[in-house]
Design a binder for this molecule. Structure first.
Ligand code: GLN
Length: 496
């Protein structure tokens, strides 16, 4: 049985174990397993041991230690930490060292978390498999020939393999939830504005959120509580009074009203996933939940709307990578223009170039209204449809992904097939809603995720329903498999 972050922090607080021993366990597990998984792109062994020493001496001298003291955390490599490299999985940031620390990381540290290192991702977060990383792919701990998902595949795989109990990822269209589903762990994206984006390298600014990944709902909520809150450094971060009160699903008197959109159960969904999700819904109904089927027709437009808007924002955000201020530069060109062109040509990978071209086209004079304008209008209407649905139900539930983790290489030549991995996750980003993926079971030895989406500011409600879902027999079975995972497969890793 592996320790949760909460148990680990408690043991450190009570002096039953040292923060140093937590860090050493993490470093040993990385040394043993990451050769075949490749979750980390940078391990900060010296920094982690130093931070552990500080916590240990603080506790030994009788001073209070914070709630997550001693818990090792992995951070996705598009989140800045002063003094450490930030690659964003891109050659264009080769050699770049961050000069400041993201607010979410600062807060995690203040809560006692110890940064172990930076994890792999698709270049600038663009992808669903980590295959679009200049560092190569992160392999799925449950089957090394398959993807860990993406773009936060490194963070999800690191947690699943027990290298760290918790990690930070970022989610623009599903990049926390989809890899969490593929790796059999829990991943949460909050209401837009609950977590500061300061220090997160921007992909689609109106969609991006930093969020937690862990083995269980309680740890995810605890890390979320630690990193969220108003921040002067991010104008889109919600102020205190705008953060709203607790939504009560009324679990005591009859359980939550769970909406099941038919759009989440159409062609393209693997029947083994459909069956498992329906089983969990049945188990929730037996526990008192009311299951309500409904139609939210604009969900069907999620993928085209998301890929237009996110690419448009990315094309603008990525204009700052010009070889002048950050990272790599191609020298010896005759003019500044030529230097910028050569640097961007050599520095960006194919998927990033595809998005920049698509986004630039969608925003260009003469096409703006037909593409970006249309997509923005659809986004707005989709948000209204979802808000109407939440007048009748507490949460929406469905699968996190339409398929099981796919094989490495399987979708690399087919961008559309890759984009369809995000079919069920992008709506929460477009509408700014909170959503979580929890492990719901396994098929063919591979994990399956269940997604719970809540109304705006219904983050607590999502956690409450997630805990109820995690208590069903199917989800409990998935959690037990994860808890005993490394013992079964660690040998496989060592033998390879
Ligand atoms: N897979 C989606 C994309 O490629 C989502 C990425 C993300 O959430 N960062 O855009």
């Amino acid at each position: 049985m592996r320790e949760t972050a909460r148990e680990m922090a408690r043991a450190v607080r009570l002096g039953e174990r040292s923060a140093r021993s937590c860090v050493e366990l993490s470093l040993e597990t990385i040394a043993r397993l990451d050769r075949t998984i490749s979750a980390f792109v940078h391990v900060d062994e010296a920094g982690a041991l130093r931070a552990a020493e500080e916590i240990d001496s603080r506790r030994d001298s009788g001073r209070a230690v914070p709630p997550l003291a001693g818990v090792p955390i992995a951070v996705k490599d598009n989140i800045c930490i002063e003094g450490l490299p930030t690659s964003c999985g891109s050659r264009i940031l080769d050699g770049h060292i961050s000069r400041y620390t993201a607010t979410a990381v600062r807060r995690a540290r203040e809560a006692g978390c110890i940064i172990i290192g930076k994890t792999n991702l698709d270049e600038f977060g663009m992808g669903s498999s980590t295959e679009h990383s200049c560092h190569g792919p992160t392999r799925n701990p449950w089957d090394r020939e398959r993807t860990s998902g993406g773009s936060s595949g490194g963070s999800a795989a690191a947690v699943a393999a027990g290298m760290v109990p918790i990690a930070l990822g970022s989610d623009t269209g599903g990049s926390i939830r989809q890899p969490a589903a593929f790796c059999g762990v829990v991943g949460f994206k909050s209401t837009y504005g609950m977590v500061s984006r300061f220090g997160l390298v921007a992909f689609g600014s109106s969609l991006d959120q930093i969020g937690p990944i862990a083995t269980n709902v309680d740890d995810v909520e605890m890390l979320f509580e630690a990193i969220s809150g108003p921040d002067q450094k991010d104008a889109t971060c919600l102020e205190g009074e705008a953060r709203g009160g607790r939504h009560d699903p009324g679990m005591e008197d009859g359980g939550p009203r769970i909406g099941v959109p038919r759009e989440f159960f159409q062609a393209g969904l693997d029947p083994v996933i459909e069956n498992l999700i329906l089983t969990v819904l049945g188990e929730l109904a037996r526990d008192g939940a009311e299951i309500i089927e409904l139609d939210i027709p604009l969900l069907d437009a999620s993928i085209p709307v998301y890929y237009l808007i996110s690419a448009a924002e990315a094309s603008s955000n990525l204009s700052r990578f010009d070889g002048v201020r950050f990272g790599a530069r191609i020298e010896g060109e005759p003019s500044a223009d030529a230097m910028i062109r050569a640097t961007r040509t050599a520095g960006f990978g194919d998927e990033v170039k595809r998005r920049i071209m698509l986004g630039t086209f969608a925003l260009s004079a003469g096409y703006h209204d037909a593409f970006y304008g249309q997509a923005s209008g659809m986004r707005h209407r989709m948000g209204e449809e979802l808000a109407r649905a939440f007048a009748a139900v507490d949460v929406l539930v469905g699968p996190t992904t339409p398929t099981l983790p796919f094989e490495l290489g399987e979708r690399l030549q087919d961008p559309l097939a890759m984009y369809l991995s995000d079919t069920y996750t992008v709506a929460a980003n477009l509408a700014g809603l909170p959503a979580i993926s929890i492990p719901a079971g396994h098929a063919r030895g591979l994990p399956i995720g269940l997604q719970i989406m809540g109304p705006r500011l219904g983050d607590d409600l999502v956690f409450d329903v997630a805990r109820a879902a995690a208590a069903t027999p199917s989800c409990r079975d998935a959690a037990e498999r994860l808890s005993s995972w490394p013992d079964g497969s660690a040998d496989q890793g060592a033998a390879e």
